[in-house]
Design a protein around this ligand. Sequence first.
Ligand code: COA
Length: 350
Amino acid sequence: MRIKIIGTGSFVPEKALSNAALEQMVETSDAWIRERTGIGSRRITETGTTDMAVRAARRAMEMAGLSPGELDLIVVGTSTGDCLFPGTACEVQAALGAERAACFDLSAACSGFLFSLNTASVYLEAGTYRTALVVGADTLSKTVDWSDRGTCILFGDGAGAALLERTESGAEPEAGGRKSEDAGRENVDRPAAGERESRMGPFLMRADGGRGGVLRCQAAPLRNPFIKEENAGDFGYLSMNGQEVFRFAVKTVPEALEELLAKAGVPAEDIRYFVLHQANERIIASVAKRMRQPLSKFPMNLEHYGNTSGASIPILLDELNREGRLGRGDKLALAGFGAGLTWGATYLVW
Ligand code: COA
């Protein structure tokens, strides 16, 4: 039994907010932002998380050629849904008309897609469901204090999706995502036939709630007959200790990747791409250095989108897929990190 990705999709809003535009809003500069983060622009939604999630999901469904009625499970990794309830996954289900699908959201901030992917794969592995739509979608723009130059330069909005299917080993129908197999590949040895079967896992997921205060966004305050309105406090804005988060990321991500690859029995040299959460170019470069792997194996799109939280990994995966840069049998290591603190990694053979 194998779990594989049979379709990917993504969506970013049209409206772009460049570093030059931010220079007009806070005391910052394009040069500072690029040097410290690698970010040049970010996209900002005017329609919200559900709309972006639905658009990304539709693209993944189209690629896979799967009809909504065939969907068994929808998991949306988001911490910025349009509503507290219903969950975004239920709204996506309604928009797609996927009436049979079980639906829930998963809250793990920027690790949300990765944790959702792993969670969905366990349901498939257990035989509970055969197909799953996994979406990472976030609207960080509504949590950002646009007068705080320490955070407002970092984040953007977007959504990405992956469709998973369980197949019996050896029975692998050709998927839409495979049409571009080997197209545009750089010089890598092709894996032997036996190693080319698509599969997902192992994975790992970690959390350290004790350090949660370094990246936080308070939800609506308590409001009841026992609590006076004036004691309710501020809420809704993201607060962050940037240097602590930076240190956390450059330590935990390489450790997680090393543990993952040891579990998978695959040397780092064999990994075609490390698909990392797109938070900061310097974090990604530091991980590459610690892994003693060339930066060319760490694709990036954060220059254009900034940190799109739970959406960053599936957007990047979809771009790699649509550009024909993923060939059947390519070994990928995904890694995410974010508020919680949460972090994790997933191994998959494309
Ligand atoms: N423009 C210009 N100057 C800025 C600025 C901005 N947008 N933001 C902060 N500064 C200033 C600070 O006020 C400080 O000035 P000072 O030296 O006069 O006090 C100086 O730049 C250095 O600030 P510092 O916070 O030390 O910068 P840094 O090198 O750590 O970079 C981040 C800040 C936020 C870019 C960096 O810490 C980071 O990327 N951390 C990880 C954040 C992250 O990825 N979060 C999401 C995780 S999912």
